[in-house]
Design a protein around this ligand. Sequence first.
Ligand code: G1P
Length: 291
Amino acid sequence: MKIRKAVFPAAGLGTRLLPATKSQPKEMLPLVDKPVIQYVIEEAMASGIDHIIIVTGRGKNAIEDHFDVSYELERILESRGKTDLLEQVQAISKMVSIAYVRQKEALGLGHAILVAKPLVGNEPFAVLLGDDIIDAEVPCTQQMISVFEKHQSSVLATQIVEGPDISRYGVIKGQAVSDEFSGRTYRVEDLVEKPAFSEAPSNLAIIGRYILTPEIFEVLERTGADKGGEIQLTNGLRLLREKQPLHAYRFEGKRYDAGDKLGFLKATVEFALKRSDLGSDFADYLRQLRF
Ligand code: G1P
């Protein structure tokens, strides 16, 4: 079955980026000149997905406004003859049609997926977390879809994380599978959300891209809350694995943690350096800095 739909959980508070996120959604912080959520939605679209579902919450209206038509701004740009900017602004609202659903309480990632159930229905779908920005030749979601098509199971994105940082992630225990994806696919044998470093089952961290079969909904409905009162997607996947095979895929590409201050800065610098209109001037500027 083709993957047509993607869910973007965007109800999180963004506490790691305070105070910038006190009154604006973390998804709207700009990497160079584009909000982070737009990068992730563009990745989904470039992977052949045309149904976008954003799970929002209180204080997230700026996301809806960003992807909506802005008549006032368009009229002003038009009257001032700023055609380039006008085209850019119009392209955003024409890009894609988006359905929004509200997660009324911050009950975790698993719960966020569950509130999207009526909009997803009974078909496999993608989940993309806006904190993870992935720069890749073939969009990460497209790579994941290829693995899904091969194995017809849910697929999690994974990346090697060395050292104690592993305890900031969901971690899988997996067996490498021999398929055409050159040693990058694993059959998942177990997974655990944010284990202590000493208890991590491997150095394979779960990164925010998932292809999920619709059975995940039934499983999440019976996944209990963790100590912090949240329904974790990782714990739901653990139950799903008892019913059907689950795979992880070590994607090709570079991932930035845009939900973290240092990760956000790294992404900003590298994305700016890649820009044809800014890169070389910015590189000159960085080279002459003394520190
Ligand atoms: C979530 C998931 C975690 C995963 C991470 C990837 O955690 O719960 O399993 O490793 O995303 O970014 P969060 O960073 O939202 O706490």
